[in-house]
Each structure stands twice: as C-alpha cells, then as structure tokens.
Design a protein around this ligand. Structure first.
Ligand code: ZN
Length: 387
C-alpha cells in the first residue's frame, strides 16, 4: 500500500454516521476493517503489508488517525488458516481495549495442545499455530492484569460480537450489532475431529497445519449498522450437506431477518464456498461483493469461472488485488500455453497489497454503498451495459 500513504482520500476517516467495510489482501491473506459508527472499529483477520512489515489493518487505522488502543472494540479470527492470521497477535496486542473473538473450536484442549507443540517445534514451519501461540500469550497477560472482561471470547452462531454499549446506544439505530451466523455446534464437532487427526503422535506432527480445512468452523458475521448491512463470509465452505456450512445458515430458524448490501465473499470467491440461496436469502439484489484473492496453490482463487459466477450474482464485485490470470481470462489458447509455462512465477508472486473500501451512511434509507479502490485493488466485473 506504499502508493496509498500519500493519498489524501485514503487517509480521510469515515464520518461518525458512515459505516465502512474495507477488505485488504496481497493475494495470499486477508484482513477486514469495519467502522461500526461513531469512531468504533472492528478488525476481522490479519495480513501483513510487505512494504511496512506491519499488519495492514494497523497501518490503515493509524493513517486515519484512529486510536487503536481505545477505538478498536473487536478483533476476530474467523479461523486459523495462515492466510487469515498473519500479524493478528500484533493487532490483538495493539487493541488494548478490544475483545478478541475466535472460532470456538480453537478453545478445545486438542487445539491448545497442537498450538503448544507446533509453537515450540518450529515457528517458521507452522505460522498458523505460532501466531495463535502468540495471541494466547498476549491474552494471558491481559487476563492476568485486567481480569475476565478481557478474556478471549469464543464465537458461535448467534453470538453477539458487538453491540453499542448501553450508555452510547442512543447514537445508533436500535438494531445495530455484529452477530455471528456460524460456526454451529455441529460443525464444531466436525472441526474438532479434523483437528484431532493432526495431534502429535510420538512427538512428531504428521501433517502440516495448513493442510486441514478448518473452514467448517469459520466464523461468518453479519454486521448490522442501521441500514448499512454487511455479510462477512470468513472462509466458510459449502459441502452440500444440510448440517454444515452455508446450507446450515440458510436453514436456520434463528437466522437474522436483515439482508446485506455488501458481502465479503467466503474463501476468496471459491465455488466451494458459495450457495445460490446466499444471493437471494442473505443479500439484497443490489449487493456489492468484495474479496481478497488467494494466488498460491493449485487453484488460485477466484478462478475465471468463479469470477463469472460472482459477476452473474452481484451488482458489482471488487478484488483487493489484481491477478493477471483473472484479467486475461478471455485470452486465446496460445497465450494460455505461454502463461501455463510461467505459472510458477505467477503463483510465487503473492502480489501487491490492495484495499476495497465500501462506505455508506447508516441512518439514511436511500443511501448507496460507495466503493473506492486503493493499491492493487481492482474491479472484477465490467459494468452492466445499458441497452
Ligand atoms: Zn483463506
């Protein structure tokens, strides 16, 4: 985000009654920064800006003039994949008065054992576990010095991650809150079974931490700030089973009634994290979609077909980072062959940090979300042509 630091627009904070959803990502990692109104902020997940070596959320909030120690109300870890937690311990430590929420599966004895084993063995090889080991230390210190209020909070479907404090509540429209829609108790049980398979046997860890898919226990959160409603999808996957993932949220009788005008797409826009009913039941027909891509690995996300699907459903869609193979999805087969030969270099380049910033007035029924793109961020869909 080097280019953004000198940008006046980038540094201008939202007004008190303007909600903001910012999606940051360098192509491997994501961090979501939310303005809840009246100078209260929330950070979900973390990634580090290679230009500054710091969590991008902290750089951004500092540029806006936010006092992170007092104004960040919530820090949340949607799940413990490496691409969502790099630098998160630094964010948790800086948010001195924040409450830390995490997917409840992480609270288990199994997980703590795993973190401890991996943290002591090799911090470099197991960045996911090492980051959580750091967070646990930060929180243990905080609990010791300040008491239970600052203890980490497990997030479960229907947990309130935030709502205005009673003394301040008159400032916000009455329904304002951030509510978790997942994980459910049932999906936690599945997640724990997966974690159990990773436990050290005879003092060795059988598989790399990041090989499992704890996306079943990813926290999905609905941020309702008056009329500014956003669905933060974490990495929650959809398996087709009615008792997991998006199907379970969609079928829940306790699902909140609000439809979101913004969706942070789950799992970097991958098709295995989508469900057709999300687009009719959970978001409005005019919903704006934002994602952070995931470039490394066998299947970079979003794939060209992911982009087609997203653009068929969303009014507009944005990615935090440009990706050559998305931009060139209409290329001919010759170009395809050349690019395939270069695939290794494309994949190993994580890419420049970018930010999709969406803001709207939350007290105004007729207000629209305003999008701004910074750094390497890009529009994914061509605007609908008007006949
Ligand atoms: Zn991810």
């Amino acid at each position: 985000m080097k280019t953004a630091f000198a940008d006046e627009a980038w540094r201008s904070p939202p007004g008190e009654a303007i909600a903001e959803i910012s999606v940051f990502g360098p192509g491997k990692g994501e961090s979501i920064v939310v303005h809840l109104g009246y100078g209260h902020w929330m950070v979900v997940d973390s990634c580090v800006d290679r230009d500054t070596g710091r969590p991008v959320a902290l750089d951004y909030l500092a540029a806006l003039g936010v006092d992170v120690a007092h104004q960040v109300a919530v820090v949340a870890a949607s799940h413990w994949h490496d691409d969502h937690i790099e630098g998160l311990a630094e964010v948790v430590a800086a948010g001195e008065h924040s409450i830390f929420f995490f997917s409840v599966a992480l609270q288990s004895h199994s997980f703590l054992t795993l973190v401890k084993a991996a943290g002591e063995r090799s911090m470099m090889e197991k960045p996911g576990a090492a980051e959580f080991a750091k967070i646990i230390r930060v929180l243990e210190d905080r609990v010791r010095s300040r008491g239970r209020f600052f203890a980490p909070q497990p997030a479960l479907a229907h947990t309130l991650l935030w709502r205005p404090a009673t003394v301040e509540a008159h400032n916000w429209p009455p329904t304002s809150r951030v509510e978790a829609l997942s994980p459910s108790q049932r999906s936690i049980e599945v997640g724990l079974q997966e974690i159990a398979q990773l436990l050290p046997t005879e003092y060795t860890i059988k598989r790399r931490l990041t090989n499992v898919t704890p996306n079943h226990t990813s926290v999905v959160a609905l941020s309702v700030i008056g009329q500014a409603i956003a669905l933060l999808g974490g990495d929650l996957q959809e398996t087709g089973s009615p008792v997991h993932g998006w199907s379970e949220i969609l079928a829940s009788g306790r699902r909140p009634p609000e439809k979101a005008g913004v969706i942070k797409l789950a799992h970097h826009g991958a098709d295995n994290s989508d469900h057709p009913d999300i687009w009719t039941e959970l978001v409005t027909a005019e919903a704006v979609a934002a994602l952070a891509p995931f470039n490394p690995g066998r299947t970079p996300r979003p794939s060209p077909s992911d982009v087609d699907r997203i653009c068929a459903n969303a009014e507009a869609a944005y990615s935090s980072t440009d990706r050559p193979d998305v931009a060139r999805k209409r290329r001919d087969s010759h170009t395809e062959r050349i690019l395939r030969g270069r695939r290794h270099s494309i994949r190993s380049a994580v890419g420049e940090m970018g930010q999709v910033r969406l803001r709207r007035a939350f007290n105004d029924d007729g207000a629209a979300w305003v999008s701004e793109l910074f750094g390497a961020a890009t529009r994914l869909c061509q605007p609908q042509s008007v006949a």
